[in-house]
Design a protein around this ligand. Sequence first.
Ligand SMILES: C[S@@+](CC[C@H](N)C(=O)[O-])C[C@H]1O[C@@H](n2cnc3c(N)ncnc32)[C@H](O)[C@@H]1O
Length: 233
Amino acid sequence: MKILLALSILFSTHFFLSAEDKPKEDDKMPPALTHYLGREIAQTMHYTGAPWLVRESREREEECSTLMKCLHFKPGMVVCDMGCGNGFYTHKIAPLVMPAGKVLAVDIQPEMLELLNKRAEAAKETNIETILGTLVDPKLPAGKVDLVLCVDVYHEFDHPVEMLAAIRKCLAPGGRMVLVEFRAEDPKVPIKKLHRMSKEQLLKEIPANGFKLVEQFDKLPWQHVRFFEKDTP
Ligand SMILES: C[S@@+](CC[C@H](N)C(=O)[O-])C[C@H]1O[C@@H](n2cnc3c(N)ncnc32)[C@H](O)[C@@H]1O
């Protein structure tokens, strides 16, 4: 019952960014898409919904620690938490890549990054860099990122082609992008349809943008985990 209440709150309309609230598209930006390869693109989750991302039940519902284990973080890695929100995963990753590694936490909502920074300051975390991205450019250093983690984010990209090209560009040799998406094909996953993706749809969209599937992890209760590398160097 509590879960249903939390989800109905999250998915009520004011928890999504309206067109006016979204970062402005400049003249050079292609127009935002509403659909991509047969899938309707979801609205962006609004920062006022951030408490849902750090809810006490998240570990039980999504088994976040199982996801963390399958990502094999190591000291020294440069990791991007793409669409980091208020930093639920950023804060878990930062200590695992210490001392030489860092987390580049990217989001398009400055308010999300402020929430993340407040917590990083309180915890004296020094290896987190927040980056305010645009709808087409996460402003990442070229060829330097070992792992780009996108948890519950990709389905919100309204410029998926540009974002995937930018992610491709930032990857270090052997670097990976990991997409974690709520399963569209599973009726037991209590998330609205637009915020879920099927395995089939992921494989329609991601390899079409210069990536190959290299690994998959299917042991989370609600989500697909798909690992991709560049299909050519
Ligand atoms: C549902 S939240 C997930 C947050 C976080 N990954 C987590 O699992 O706790 C999706 C986040 O992606 C961000 N986002 C959407 N489009 C983006 C883009 N093009 N670049 C960077 N962040 C984006 C939103 O602002 C929002 O904070």
